[in-house]
Structure formats: C-alpha cells, structure tokens
Design a protein around this ligand. Structure first.
Ligand SMILES: CCCCC/C=C\C/C=C\C/C=C\C/C=C\CCCC(=O)SCCNC(=O)CCNC(=O)[C@H](O)C(C)(C)COP(=O)(O)OP(=O)(O)OC[C@H]1O[C@@H](n2cnc3c(N)ncnc32)[C@H](O)[C@@H]1OP(=O)(O)O
Length: 179
C-alpha cells in the first residue's frame, strides 16, 4: 500500500490491547447508530455492514455493493468504498472502547468493483501513540481470500464523548453504541 508518514506508526508506538468488553469471536458487532451510513440497519441506502471480530482487535465485515453505491454505471463509487474502509477502521478502533474520529484516511483503489459484488472488509490497528491510532484495512472481492479491491491506511485521533455532544445531535442517541 502507498502510505504516507502520517499513517505510519512512529517509533515507540505500542500495539493495541484487547479490551475486556470486546465482543467474543463470531459475535456480531452490531450497529453503533441505527442510521449510520456504514452499519445502520435503518439507513435506506447505506452499506448495512455485517461485522464481527475474530480476536477482539481485528474487524471483519461484509456488505454488497448496491445500485445506490454507483459512480460509473454498474461500478462502485470510490467515495463509497472509502466510506466502507472508514467504517471498518472505525469499528476496529472502537473495539478498544475509546472514542476516536478519523483524522486522515488514505486509500488505494486496485480493482473496479461491479454492483452486486460482495466485499469482504478487514481492519486492524498497527499501533497507538498518545491520542493517535494507526490503522490499516483491505477489501477483497467475493470471498475473504478474493482479489484485493481496496487498501486503506488511516490516522484516528482519540476524542472525548464531548466531541459528539458539542458537534453532533445526540438528543435521544446518547447510548446508541452497539445497542
Ligand atoms: C451519541 C454519542 C456517540 C458516541 C460515540 C462514541 C464512540 C464511537 C462509537 C462507535 C464507533 C464505531 C464505529 C465507528 C464507525 C465509523 C467511524 C467513522 C469515523 C469517522 O468518520 S469520524 C468523522 C470524520 N472525522 C471528523 O469529523 C474529524 C474532524 N476533525 C476533528 O474533529 C479534529 O480535527 C480532531 C479531533 C481530529 C483533532 O482536533 P483536536 O483539537 O482534538 O487535536 P489536534 O488538532 O491538536 O490534533 C491532535 C494531534 O493529531 C494530529 N492530527 C490531527 N488531525 C490530523 C490530520 N488530519 N493529519 C495529521 N495529523 C493530524 C495533530 O497534528 C496533533 O498531533 P501532535 O499532538 O503530534 O501535535
């Protein structure tokens, strides 16, 4: 993957540690917000991610590229694929049970993805340094070991819950995190 220094863990970064509350192997992660574009079951045109974690640190997720996700006719929009990577990366850092937001997201698009393709997305943390978390991910076509369509690397920044209270609309949604 072509990756900048911004998304490369610096010397001294530490590996993530599994949180005791992380879901067990095969247990669905569930949505963090029912209208989230990535994971929300109530989003009319969203990705409807189905995610779980084999080890409390890695996220594996699947979704099918639909009619509403097109850029060129019959092909997934790159921004939608980037959103899918953002969702998987964000879900993997939420396994640590601390709130983070995406600061920088880098994507390599390796193959066109036709509508109807089932994408198998995987994301994991490569290191933590202070408030900064370094993440990587990939999306494979048709099967967990299918051809790689997208690779991503990201820098996430730890925030407080106040970030969502101050900048978002949390009325009625305060605890809608993996309900
Ligand atoms: C209803 C309640 C909800 C509660 C939710 C709680 C938890 C979440 C739950 C579940 C999540 C599950 C799944 C997640 C699914 C999807 C995830 C999607 C994630 C997103 O899609 S989220 C939306 C997009 N995201 C944003 O909306 C961020 C907008 N942004 C900001 O809000 C600020 O920009 C912020 C906070 C990032 C930083 O602001 P700040 O003031 O706190 O800190 P500061 O600027 O000092 O940065 C500190 C150090 O990070 C470095 N740094 C910062 N940004 C950088 C960049 N871009 N490139 C390189 N370095 C960067 C600085 O250089 C400095 O580095 P140094 O310390 O070395 O100087």
């Amino acid at each position: 993957m072509t990756r900048s220094t911004v998304t490369t863990p610096p010397p001294g970064a530490v590996p993530p540690e599994t949180h005791p509350d992380a879901p067990g192997p095969g247990q669905p992660l569930g949505p963090h917000y029912s209208r989230c574009f990535g994971c929300g079951p109530d989003h009319p045109t969203g990705l409807h991610f189905e995610a779980s974690s084999p080890d409390g640190l890695t996220v594996t997720a699947q979704f099918t590229v639909g009619e509403n996700h097109q850029g060129a006719p019959g092909l997934a929009h790159g921004g939608v694929l980037a959103a899918a990577m953002d969702e998987a990366l964000g879900s993997s850092i939420w396994l640590l049970r601390k709130p983070y937001v995406t600061g920088r997201l880098e994507t390599d698009f390796l193959r066109p993805v036709p509508v109807g393709t089932r994408l198998f997305v995987k994301a994991w943390c490569t290191g933590i340094s202070g408030r900064k978390a370094y993440l990587e991910g990939e999306a494979r076509m048709g099967a967990p070991d299918g051809p790689v369509a997208v690779r991503a690397a990201a820098l996430f920044i730890e925030v407080t819950i106040d970030h969502f209270v101050e900048h978002g609309d949390v009325s009625g949604h305060e605890f809608e995190v993996n309900p």
